[in-house]
Design a protein. Structure first.
Length: 143
């Protein structure tokens, strides 16, 4: 299985859509716990509408997002704390169920995981894939 990831930091919605389209992605899986953004075009409903216009489906899997303590650690560059907190998140029943949904969706057609951080090394989406899809071919867009 191949799965893409993308972080919208420093991007416009148009740039994000262009990158997804160029990669052949037809579904965006939002793995933010809180699908709101101060960046124009990246809050859930506005983003979903923009993607729909480009022929890209939008799915939000909240339980795969990072809890507040993990987001705080990421902002402070404390990756060890982020890893610990996020590992606990992935053990929750809802996260386990949504991880299975994510894998089914990604296997069905070209999909990308979305979060804020441009560089995947500082983001939970790399941790997510390492944990639930270790054999997947991962392509980080914008990285």
């Amino acid at each position: 299985m191949r799965i893409f990831t993308i972080g919208y930091e420093k991007a416009t919605q148009a740039e994000l859509v262009a990158a997804l389209t160029a990669a052949g992605v037809t579904r965006l899986i939002d793995v933010r716990a809180v699908p709101l953004s101060r960046r124009p075009g990246f809050s859930k409903n506005i983003l979903a509408n923009g993607l729909r216009e480009a022929g890209i489906d939008y799915v939000h899997l909240k339980a795969l997002g990072t809890p507040p303590e993990g987001r705080e650690a990421a902002r402070k560059g404390r990756h060890d704390v982020l890893e610990r907190v996020y590992a606990g998140q992935l053990e929750l029943p809802e996260a386990i169920a949504q991880a299975a949904i994510m894998l089914d969706l990604a296997e069905e057609r070209p999909s990308a995981l979305l979060c804020f951080e441009r560089e995947p090394g500082g983001c939970h989406r790399a941790l997510l894939l390492r944990s639930v899809a270790p054999q997947a071919e991962v392509v980080h867009l914008f990285a």
